[in-house]
Design a protein around this ligand. Structure first.
Ligand code: SF4
Length: 211
């Protein structure tokens, strides 16, 4: 089974509790105005990888990850691959929790991905709405809900459902001529980031939050 994958990263500390594995799927047809991940919208076969290969990479981080965060892109557009991935993650390490972002509401996610949902511990649901800023932790807009979906999800996520962020929540990963931003930027964070980099002589081109 192939997954259309944008990228993976470890450790991720800004999308869920603790040090985590991050998996970004490729492809999103929702198109929220103001989305900061426009680079993950287009779904093309060149992004296809075997789910087994993603799981093998995740297995390298057993012992140094509290859980796995799946985001994108829109995970619910790949229901079969998502189901294989989340159940494979629990088979690798039954102590991991799986947190999944989706731009659709819970009922629609359940309709699209019933099999995957049985392996997901918590969902963050709903489209990003640029007109509804929020300080809720791990969320980009106030309409988005954090929903525990399992007993482990209840234990680990219930207390975060209404919690606010108490510190900046952006990680930067610097690669060859690319800077990946990991996390949910607060209002004004992106302009601030561009200013700070410009002051150091670094000009960002082709940023993922502008058409
Ligand atoms: S915020 Fe998420 S759901 Fe909305 S367009 Fe961006 S990737 Fe898609």
């Amino acid at each position: 089974m192939k997954l259309r994958l944008a990228r993976t990263h470890h450790p991720v500390t800004t999308l869920g509790p603790g040090r985590r594995i991050g998996i970004w799927v490729q492809g999103c047809g929702i198109g929220c105005p103001g989305c900061v991940a426009r680079d993950t919208w287009v779904a093309e076969p060149r992004h296809d990888v075997e789910v087994a290969d993603v799981l093998a990479w995740c297995a390298r981080h057993i012992g140094d990850a509290a859980g796995v965060t799946i985001t994108g892109g829109e995970p619910s557009e790949q229901p079969a691959a998502l189901a294989e991935l989340v159940h494979g993650l629990h088979a690798l390490n039954d102590d991991w929790d799986v947190l999944c972002y989706t731009g659709v509401e819970f009922d629609e996610f359940e309709r699209r991905c019933p099999e995957a949902l049985t392996g997901i511990d918590a969902l963050i649901t709903g489209p990003f709405r640029i007109t509804e800023p929020t300080d809720l932790v791990w969320r980009g807009s106030a309409n988005q809900r954090l929903i525990p979906c399992s007993e482990r999800g209840e234990q680990r996520y219930r207390r975060w459902a209404l919690a606010e962020r108490d510190r900046p929540e952006l990680q930067l990963q610097v690669g060859d001529e690319r800077v990946w931003m990991i996390g949910i930027p607060g209002r004004g964070d992106l302009a601030r980031l561009q200013r700070v980099l410009r002051d150091q002589g670094i000009e960002l081109e082709g940023v993922s939050w502008r058409p």
